[in-house]
Each structure stands twice: as C-alpha cells, then as structure tokens.
Design a protein around this ligand. Structure first.
Ligand code: ADP
Length: 575
C-alpha cells in the first residue's frame, strides 16, 4: 500500500470535512487509523481486491460532473460476510465507507463519495443471480448484477420473463440504479418500486432482512409491505445500510409488443401532448416511462456538436438548433414508447394512440417485422447513397417518401430494443456530444473527460406544470451560455421528471465554471418554486434537503441511531 499518501494529506482533509459539517474532529490521527483499517481489510478481501495507488484510484473515481469527493481506496468485497467484516472495521476505527454497486452513474457522481477521504466499497464481485422464480415472476440478485448480464441470463434460461433496463450503460447495476430511484423503459421501469425484500448490512455490521417475517418467510419477495413498519424505503437514496441482495419483480413477456415514435408538428401543442400522455397513462393504455425529448436532446444523439455555428457565442442560437434539427427530420419535441398486451389489446391501444396523437404530428408504429423491413430498406438506401449516380434517389426516398433521415432510422432498433428491456450502448453516446469524436464501441465518457451534469426536477404531470419548470430553467441556461437539453420521463402517470443535461467541455475551465454555476442556479430556482429533484449529483447532495429542515432533522435522528459513528456514506443527501 502507498501508506505515505495517507498521512498528512488526509488528516487535513478530514479536519476540513468535519469542520464544514460542524462535527468534532476525531481524536486519533486519521492517517494512522486509515493505515490500520487497510491492514485489517487486506486479509478480509485479499490484496488483489484493494486499489490504493494514485493512478488506480483516479481512474476508478472518474466522473462527468465538475467535482466529486476523492476516495482514498477502492475495495472489492466478495460476499455479504466480507461486507459485514469491512463495516465492523470501519465502524471501530471511524473511517468513512462509501458503497457503490457498479458506480457507472458518471453524470451523477459514479463511484465517488460526497466528501474526500472515504474508502469506496464497489460491490461488483457480488454478481450472482441467486434465484429466478418463473411462476411468480421474480428474481433474487446481488448488487453486482448488471443489466447486460441479467438480460442475457433471462434470454437464455427464462425467455418468458423480461427485466427492465435504462438507457444508460448496460454495465450499470440493476440494484444500484434502483436504490437511487432510477427510471427505466418498460412497464416495470419504476426500479425501486419493483424491488421486493432486501438483505442489508447496517452501519454497525448486523445483517437484516426487510419484511418483518420469520427467517424462512415465504412471501419475502412477493409481498412488499411485510408486517410492521415498511423499512425498505429507508435504504433508497440514503446512507443507512449496504444492500447485499434484493428481490426484483419481472415482467411476463407479453403476447404482443410494438414500439412507436411520435414527432410533434407545432411546438405550441406541447402542453396538449403532456395532458394526452397522462390521460392514456392513467387509463393504463400507456404503461412505460415515455421519453419525450426536445430537438437539442435529439441532436446530441444523432450528431456531433457544430462548434463552427456558434458565431462567437458560447451557445447555438434557437434558430440554428431548429435548422440543424430540421435537417435530420427532427421536430421540436418527439417521443418513443411501447404498447404491450395480447394482440387484440395492442390493436385497440394503437387505435387509441392514433386518436390521441395523430392530429398533432407524425406517428410511426414499429413491430419486429416492420423493423426488419425498415433495417433492410435503410441498408439498401445506404448502399445507394454510396454510389454517386444513385445518391439523389436515395435522398429523395429517405426525406420525401419516408419523411425521415438515415440518422433517425439508425435510432429505431435501439429504442425498439430498450422498450423490451434490452440494454444498449447507443444512448450513452450523447455524452460525447461536445467531445472531439464519438467512439463506435467501448463507450466510457468519463474516461474521455466529457462533461455532463444531470439536473432532474420532478413536476406533476400536467402541461402547465411541466411547461412552468422548463420556462423557469430556460433563461438560466441562456444566461450562462448553454443550450437547453430536455428529456421528459414519465415516472408514473401523475409525475414527470424534467431531466435536463448540462453538456460542457471538462478541458475548458470557463465552461466548467459556468456549468457548475448553472447547476446551482437551476436547483435554487426550482426548489423556490416548489419542485424537488428526483436525484442529485454528489456535488449537490450536501444541501439538497436544506429546504426541508424538519424532514432532514427526522432523517438525521434515524441516521444517528443506526450509524452512531457516521461511517456510512457521510454527507449523502445531506445526512
Ligand atoms: P450504477 O451501477 O447504476 O452506476 P451505482 O452503483 O453507482 O449504480 O449506485 C448509485 C448510488 O447508489 C451509489 O453511489 C451508492 O451511493 C448507492 N448504492 C449503490 N449500491 C448500493 C448498495 N448495494 N447499498 C447501498 N447503497 C448503494
């Protein structure tokens, strides 16, 4: 171990951390305690599973956001028992531990702590799919299980069950995302809502199973509320325990499925679209999370950022964005979603969708068969495009007959797959929007120093509320010299996440400073107007609950009771 690094530097940091949090400074020097902790951790997990060298720590701590806390070491336990032992060592020596499952949320903070000086526990070696119950449609998994792994496993062994996914990296953790209240794509996209029955290591090392029943509880993974208080909620967006296993409900593969895209014709009709989506979701005709994105968000998927069109400004003008988008056949707002059920149900739902949306823009239904035909056709058009004499015909058919573009055609297979819970690398590519180039494979934007901050307020799902949040934020983006990226995600039929992305270049100090300032301003403005955030980056976590002092104090009392030495993820969501 590189013990020298862990002495004066970290003592100073811990003192600064404690002072800023108004806590007393611990008695024994932290460098010494850290040395002891690492010595005692080594035989628990094995030297191979500890990273303390500066290069390794830096690589693992990469994020897309401007700043995050720095870890002193990354430790990879191999079982829940090892996690318990590590927690006991940390508790005894008062060393902060920060748990992560895979730590791939680059635009929120990835595997980096809120405060400097924590040992980060990455649970990726706990990657067993312990059980899949076909009849009751649930699985029990460990936190290291990724979307890619889970999906491939179910395809092979239980093809009639679907798991959900996100449009983030397929290497993300199913449980990690659920614990952050992440949102997915299929009707099972409320990830935390679909967890049932957890095994948790508390900050003092005890292992508890939620559900309040006997050890052999038959309904552990089939009945969420259990007997007595419902404790599961305490472990979402919190620092009250380390989840080492959880039950997750799975979706029975429907008899029929189709995805569809909608492109809004007139921007003025935007509020009507939100109200129609809500109406159809409340009637259970639309069951997915629906991603409704603006033209700038669409551009980030299909093109590289045109720096040359800024005309000396730090942002593209609205007109330029509109013109660029039109060139790809992209309108002001568009969304994708899916329809599920029996063949009869899907047919009836399609009719309802046509009635609701056809008057407002272009609807395209995509089935497995039509997607195959579309892919065949777009391959033919692409071949024609390569031949000078046929190029014009290819363009005419694409733009005028199909009323689309090759770039939009390239998105369809990915969205069609996502809506069936099949993960894809494609959508993470948008993080490369302002980077010099977008890699074809191995998408890992944090490694490439792309800058992206997610800001995610939630609005009640009415055209008026969603419009108000956007109207509140748009001038702030403008003032700080950024274009506004909006992706609306229906979190349930009554609420929408108004996800906004601040894309910036990490190698540009001025842009980084403006992005940081904008993020703070957006948070302040929306909180004042009464809109909370669905999740926060580690940079914003310390103050995110300041507007809810009674709530924060109550949660703080639970924290003190469960974690008297404040060792588990201190500062997470301000606790
Ligand atoms: P992903 O793999 O999707 O990026 P992460 O592993 O980064 O997800 O999880 C997101 C956050 O949720 C982490 O930073 C951590 O604070 C919390 N978290 C993740 N896994 C656990 C867990 N097993 N127990 C407790 N908290 C967790």
């Amino acid at each position: 171990f590189d013990f020298q690094r862990h002495t004066g530097e970290f003592e100073a940091r811990e003192a600064a951390n404690a002072a800023s949090a108004g806590e007393p400074v611990a008695q024994a020097p932290v460098g010494e305690r850290l040395q002891q902790a690492l010595i005692r951790i080594q035989p628990i997990v094995g030297e191979r599973h500890i990273v303390t060298d500066a290069g390794g720590v830096e690589e693992r701590g990469r994020v897309l956001i401007p700043a995050a806390g720095r870890a002193v070491a990354y430790v990879y336990p191999g079982s829940a028992e090892e996690v318990q032992q590590l927690v006991r060592v940390a508790d005894e020596l008062a060393i902060p531990l920060w748990p992560a499952s895979k730590g791939r949320n680059w635009g929120y903070g990835a595997a980096s702590p809120v405060r400097d000086g924590a040992i980060v526990l990455v649970l990726e070696r706990l990657n067993r799919i312990i059980e899949v119950h076909e009849e009751l449609a649930y699985a029990v998994i460990e936190p290291g299980v990724t979307y890619r792994q889970f999906n491939a496993y179910l395809k092979q062994h239980h093809p009639d069950l679907w798991c959900d996914t996100t449009d983030g990296t397929p290497e993300g953790s199913v449980i990690g995302n659920a614990l952050e209240k992440g949102i997915g794509e299929t009707p099972y996209g409320d990830h935390f809502g679909n967890l049932c029955g957890m095994e948790v290591v508390l900050p003092t090392g005890e292992l508890v199973r939620t559900g309040g029943g006997p050890a052999n509880l038959a309904t552990r993974h089939t009945y969420k509320w259990g007997t007595g208080p419902f404790l599961d909620g305490m472990f979402a967006q919190s620092n009250l325990g380390i989840v080492t296993r959880a039950g997750i409900w799975l979706m029975p593969r429907p008899e029929a499925f189709c995805s569809f895209t909608f492109a809004l014709e007139r921007e003025a009709d935007f509020p009507v679209i939100i109200d129609r989506l809500r109406d159809l979701a409340l009637k259970d005709i639309i069951q997915t999370k629906v991603h409704l994105i603006n033209d700038f968000a669409f551009l980030s998927l299909v093109s590289q950022y045109p720096f040359e069109l800024r005309n000396g400004a730090t942002r593209l003008s609205r007109d330029t964005i509109r013109r660029l988008a039109a060139g790809f056949g992209v309108t002001s707002w568009s969304f994708i979603t899916g329809l599920y059920g029996t063949r009869e149900e899907v047919r009836l739902k399609q009719a309802a969708i046509r009635r609701a949306f056809a008057p407002y823009g272009k609807l395209t239904f995509i089935t497995d068969d039509s997607l195959r035909r579309l892919q065949g056709l777009s391959a033919t058009l692409e071949r024609m495009r390569q031949r000078p004499r046929l190029r014009a015909i290819s363009e005419f058919v694409t733009r005028r007959v199909l009323r689309t573009s090759p770039e939009i055609l390239a998105v369809a297979p990915h969205s069609h797959a996502l809506l069936q819970g099949i993960p894809s690398d494609f959508f993470v590519g948008h993080a490369y929007f302002k980077a010099p180039s977008r890699p074809a494979t191995d998408v890992h934007p944090a490694r490439d120093q792309c800058g992206l901050i997610w800001f995610a307020p939630i609005a009640p799902m009415t055209g008026r509320h969603v419009g108000e949040v956007i109207a509140l934020c748009e001038p702030l983006f403008e003032r700080r010299g950024f274009e506004i990226y909006v992706a609306l995600m229906m979190i349930n039929p009554r609420s929408m996440v108004v996800l906004m992305g601040i894309f910036y270049r990490k190698d540009d100090p001025d842009e980084t400073a403006r992005a940081t300032a904008l993020y703070g301003e957006l948070s302040d403005a929306t909180l004042v107007a009464g809109y909370q955030q669905y999740r926060a980056t580690v940079g914003l976590m310390p103050q995110i609950l300041d507007t809810a002092p009674e709530f924060k104090a109550a949660a703080g009392r639970i924290k003190s009771a469960l974690d008297p030495n404040n060792i588990l993820a201190p500062g997470r969501y301000g606790l």
